[in-house]
Design a protein around this ligand. Structure first.
Ligand code: UGA
Length: 457
């Protein structure tokens, strides 16, 4: 066994992390910070060099400091090949991407490739290795796809090779905290030996470990994301009623969520959920259920309900300005939520598309996500409208002479909304899809403030 660090009791196994993207890097660094020796590997050489130089490849609060600290600690280091990874670690976490493939299914090619490489590097060895699938995969994948492939390529069986599932629950913008202080650690194992190994690697994490089968653990991940997406969609649907019957969705949901059976989190109405996970995971779960002949009433309509909420957001803008044609619109917030530069499934795309197709001219701003948004937008601009959206580097530039400002992501900067911003606009209307501007500022200085989920006064 590679020598692990020794705290109390037997040495802690060495952890290997394959895939140093968003999740792998945060996961590896969290192990390292929790005094577990960790080696990381990614197939992209330039990414490995960047990380070694202490530079994070993504925008994520707290990650640069964590990376620099762990490199200095010498507990975390990056290796240059699969062989170094699998021979240098006892427990290897696969943190490889599972993007949406054709037809909405998850694309297992990156995982299969990783498993083949890891399996080939493990061939011939006799020391026990535990391979843990952290990537989100549909229930049954670890036992039904990854295990047979790994065993075949590595020519090992359960006497020297373990396969386990350990889904992650990291939310972007909060990854460091979620990785260092998880609320629960869910592991799916097939043997007591593997459970012991995982207990040992997570020894220094102050969280309960919930042990089950690999398929159950995979299901926990999907069910958790689907449930959170349902909560958000529920708040979104109630918000449309609040707009009509009177009131403020946040006050309503605060009281609803005060019932501990419901809980207050993920009840903040907005333009619909985005991000790389909710839509992809719900679709994959619904597809799997459908394949098995299960017809769901709630989950199979979730994506559609989410799209309806984004169209409702556009309708609010249209109502605020009368007609979109020729209007100048400041779109504030392009990331799928504040605190990240990630634009995957951001509601800013369908929103901007609806606005430009309605004849508006859009100027867009985001404190971190302009580059990512621009790259995607420029690849697929709505037909004939490639020039209808431009990007600004300051909020002021974006607001100058605008007919309406639309807040799509609640960045702290937008929450400050100073009166001078209102004065820059041609018509001082703000459609606040996240109720980002605090209540006392909403009607100050002559703003016509329209809040999603808030009835007009
Ligand atoms: C989500 C889960 O929260 C993580 O636990 C999970 O690990 C991750 O997916 C994943 O599967 O990898 P993430 O996609 O980073 O994390 O973002 P969330 O904070 O969950 O937000 C998702 C979307 O819902 C965002 O567009 C956000 O704006 C929206 N949302 C969230 C609301 O509109 N209202 C809320 O109250 C909460």
């Amino acid at each position: 066994m590679p020598t692990g660090s020794r705290s109390r009791g037997p040495p802690t196994p060495v952890v290997g992390v394959a895939g140093l993207g968003y999740m792998g890097l945060a996961t590896g660094l969290a192990f390292s910070r929790r005094r577990v020796r960790t080696v990381g590997y990614d197939i992209r050489p330039e990414l490995r060099d960047r990380i070694r130089a202490g530079k994070t490849p993504i925008y994520e609060a707290g990650l640069p400091e964590l990376l620099r600290g762990e490199i200095q600690s010498h507990r975390f280091h990056v290796v240059d090949g699969w062989a170094d990874l699998v021979h240098g670690a006892d427990v290897i976490f696969l943190c490889l991407p599972t993007p949406r493939g054709p037809g909405g299914r998850i694309d297992l090619r990156p995982i299969r490739q990783g498993v083949r490489e890891a399996g080939a590097a493990l061939r011939g060895g006799t020391e026990y290795r535990l391979v843990v699938v952290k990537s989100t995969v549909v229930p049954g994948t670890t036992d039904g796809v990854i295990r047979p492939l790994m065993e075949r390529v590595s020519r090992r069986d359960s006497t020297t090779l373990g396969l386990a599932s350990n889904p992650e629950f990291l939310a972007e913008g909060n990854m460091v905290q979620d990785a260092l202080e998880p609320e629960r650690i869910v592991v799916g194992v097939s043997s007591a030996r593997d459970a012991r190994l995982l207990r040992a690697v997570y020894r220094n994490f102050p969280a309960p470990m919930l042990i089950q089968s690999p398929t159950e653990a995979e299901l926990v991940k999907y069910a958790s994301n689907a449930f959170l997406a349902v909560k958000v969609t529920f708040a979104n649907e109630i918000s449309r009623l609040v707009e009509r019957v009177g009131g403020d969705i946040d006050r309503v949901m605060e009281s609803v969520g005060a019932d501990s059976r419901i809980g207050s989190k993920f009840l903040s109405a907005g333009p619909g959920f985005g991000g790389s996970c909710f839509e992809k995971d719900v679709r994959a779960l619904v597809d799997r259920a459908r394949e098995l002949g299960i017809s769901w009433g709630l989950l199979s309509h979730l994506s559609e309900a989410n799209r309806a909420q984004t169209h409702h957001a556009t309708a609010l803008v249209r109502k605020a300005v009368g007609n979109l044609r020729g209007k100048s619109i400041a779109l504030l917030g392009l990331a799928f939520k504040a605190g990240t530069d990630d634009v995957r499934e951001s509601r800013a795309f369908p929103l901007a598309t609806d606005l430009v197709l309605g004849g508006a001219v859009v100027r867009a701003h985001d404190p971190a996500a302009v580059r990512n948004f621009r790259r995607v937008w420029e690849q697929t601009p709505p037909a004939g409208k490639s020039k209808a959206l431009t990007f600004c580097s300051t909020v002021e530039e974006c607001l100058r002479s605008a007919d309406v400002a639309v807040i799509q992501a609640a960045w702290p900067l937008y929450r400050t909304w100073p009166e001078r911003w209102t004065k820059l606009m041609r018509r001082p209307i703000v459609v606040d899809l996240r109720r980002a501007i605090p209540e006392p500022r909403r009607h100050r200085g002559g703003i016509g403030w329209v809040g999603l989920g808030v009835a007009a006064r």
